[in-house]
Design a protein around this ligand. Structure first.
Ligand code: DX5
Ligand code: ZN
Length: 229
């Protein structure tokens, strides 16, 4: 499995969420849903009831990104609701290994997210417990922010750690991903790409997904890390 494109509905029309997912249904791999609690991040979005409604109405797997305090308590609900992957922030988790195991036991992929200033190396030993590492390429909380190039070397280091390990771990990037920045991310080692405003900000979200995929596939084809994949 190569490149995965996950449009973020944070930039979609919230009054027409089901239609907005359908709009990318034939071209995207996952739909990315951002849960924000106004505590871990300053913004407030949606919670489990809305995620459940999206899951029921979506043909795509739902990739749930929790930007909330106390994921140790709340994350399980999103796995039980049927999210394909549930990603918690390591900065908020009290017991990340226990939490990741709980999510997997509930049938979800376990993802762990790192804010731009959080180093990946301290978590190298946790990788076998995880299915996905999410490297934020903006400060979490809002769509439409500028991509932080300072994170690119961390994408590369994360890919090195994943490559050295025995387990398949997705390396996901989220924030400011567009047709230009996706190339740097893919070259550095990302294989899952979240895109909000660059997909839903234009007139044709499906075409935007196709362009992102083409750019990511082209960049990762000959990338240093793809050779021994
Ligand atoms: C930001 C969210 C992102 C957001 C990305 O905290 O986690 O998923 O939707 O939006 P863009 O792609 O516009 O930066
Ligand atoms: Zn997100």
């Amino acid at each position: 499995m190569g490149v995965q494109i996950a449009p973020s509905i944070l930039s979609a029309d919230f009054a027409r969420l089901a239609d907005e997912v359908v709009a990318v249904g034939n071209d995207a791999d996952w739909v990315h849903v951002d849960v924000m609690d106004n505590h871990f991040v300053p913004n407030l979005t949606l919670g489990r009831p809305v995620v459940e409604a999206i899951i029921k109405n979506s043909s795509l797997p739902v990739d749930c990104h929790l930007m909330i305090e106390d994921p140790d308590r709340w994350a399980i609900g999103y796995a039980e609701a049927g999210a394909s992957s549930v990603t918690f922030h390591v900065e908020a988790a009290h017991a990340p290994v226990r939490l990741a195991r709980t999510l997997r036991a509930a049938g979800a992929r376990a993802g762990m997210a790192l804010k731009p200033a959080t180093a990946v190396e301290p978590y190298a030993d946790l990788l076998p417990e995880l299915d996905m590492l999410l490297l934020m390429t903006v400060e979490p909380g809002f769509g439409g922010q500028q991509f932080l190039e300072v994170v690119v070397p961390k994408i590369r280091r994360a890919r090195e750690l994943v490559r050295d390990g025995q387990h398949r771990v997705w390396v996901q990037v989220d924030g400011g991903v567009d047709e230009d920045t996706i190339t740097q991310c893919a070259e550095a080692g990302a294989d899952v790409f979240v895109a909000g405003s660059s997909v839903y900000g234009g007139d044709d979200p499906a075409a935007a997904v196709r362009r992102l995929r083409a750019a990511a596939e082209q960049a990762s084809e000959h990338a240093w890390w793809a050779v021994s994949r």
